[in-house]
Design a protein. Structure first.
Ligand code: CP3
Length: 344
């Protein structure tokens, strides 16, 4: 049933008449239904720790827009939280870590990752899978080791992550140890999501843009390669398609395609994509700039058609945004966009 869904077919690079559609951050603050549930929780992570609520939130955009894929409702920062770094989300500030990584000894003294600390996530996966129509695939996800390390070292969000950059330059070897720990944790975490019912996995390298090309290979892509290698070599996860999202990496996209990811999720500024080089390797997902959804319908249409014209003949193309839906977007525009793509 799942294997014949358009989304899975696209991930296997099969050409389709109409691209499957889903949106990064399809569940979130732009939806009044989400805000109504969110208002019952002070801390965002407390909400993520409630599998029934996660299930309800994941289903909201599916029920409203009849999308072709569902994504687990959770966050990438569950893993640093499980390592004891004390993640909190503060209104207007984003994530804040109570115990960030400040020294080599903070890395040495990290507790062993205990996968069962994230049982609430696996339970959310199985709850969502049990109510989702059987033909709609469920995407499980994690942050890339590098992106998780950047938040953990910086202690939260930042414009330029200057503390993190200085830390890795001065503690290169120990940073590698930390990235290894995160890589192993990501693998066990994703494997448990698959055991619980996830049909596809996406890795978010949201801070790929912070690193020079050389450092990108060393601190990020090396570990992503290892993570996808583990997924592809484990009998439980080997058949699960993997999508890789990297925000403006400084290397050529074909280097990401060589990670053995099945699909690349393109950031909105990735315009000069060498489709010929990518064609035999990966399917493509993306990449309308979400900011266009704040513009008039004419502009939304023009910009969407530009993307559809470009990827129309690419085998296994999946329509998505080039980053997440922002809270200021009108849900009616998501409906408009979805209809637009389906009637193209
Ligand atoms: O439909 C979905 O995609 C929901 C599941 C989801 C969330 N976060 C929920 C969320 C997913 C897949 C994520 C991934 C995530 N989280 C990423 C990678 C994607 C990207 O945007 O690059 C990153 C970097 C994070 C870390 C994170 N989570 C930040 C920096 C913030 C605060 C900034 C913000 O947007 O407010 C979050 C909070 C968060 N994660 C919210 C949601 C719905 C909003 C929290 C709230 O309601 O207060």
């Amino acid at each position: 049933m799942i294997d014949s869904s358009p989304f899975i077919k696209a991930l296997k690079k099969e050409p389709l008449e109409i691209p499957p559609i889903w949106y990064m951050r399809q569940a979130g603050r732009y939806m009044p239904e989400y805000r109504a549930v969110r208002s019952k929780f002070k801390n965002f992570l407390d909400m993520c720790k409630n599998p029934d609520v996660c299930c309800e939130l994941a289903m909201q955009p599916i029920d409203k827009f009849r999308l072709d894929a569902s994504i687990l409702f959770s966050d990438i920062l569950t893993i640093p939280d499980a390592f004891g770094l004390g993640v909190e989300f503060i209104e207007g500030k984003g994530p804040v870590f109570k115990n960030p990584i400040r020294s080599q000894s903070d890395i040495e003294s990290l507790p062993e990752f205990n996968p069962s600390d994230l049982d609430y996530v696996y339970k959310a996966v199985s709850n969502i899978r049990s109510v989702l129509p059987s033909h709609i695939p469920l995407i499980g996800f994690c942050g890339s080791p590098w992106t998780l390390a950047a938040y953990s070292i910086e202690g939260g969000s930042s414009k330029d992550f200057s503390f993190t950059k200085k830390f890795i330059a001065e503690n290169s070897q120990m940073s590698d140890v930390f990235l290894e720990k995160l890589t192993n944790a990501c693998f066990i975490y994703l494997k448990n999501q698959v055991i619980s019912g996830a049909n596809v996995l996406q890795i978010f390298d949201s801070w790929a843009n912070l690193l020079s090309e050389k450092d990108y290979y060393e601190y990020s892509l090396k570990h992503i390669n290892k993570l996808i290698g583990m997924i592809k070599n484990d009998p439980i996860t080997s058949a699960i398609p993997v999508i890789l999202f990297a925000r403006e990496p400084k290397c050529e996209l074909v280097k990401l395609a060589d990670s053995s990811a099945d699909c690349l999720s393109l950031f909105w500024s990735s315009n000069n994509v060498d489709l010929v080089k990518l064609k035999s390797k990966v399917s493509i997902q993306g990449n309308l700039n979400p900011a266009f959804l704040l513009e008039s319908r004419d502009i939304i249409k023009k910009e969407t058609y530009k993307i559809l014209d470009k990827y129309n003949n690419y085998p296994g193309y999946i329509f998505n945004l080039g980053h997440g839906i922002t809270p200021n977007i009108d849900p009616e525009n998501i409906k408009y966009l979805t209809d637009l793509v389906r009637s193209y």
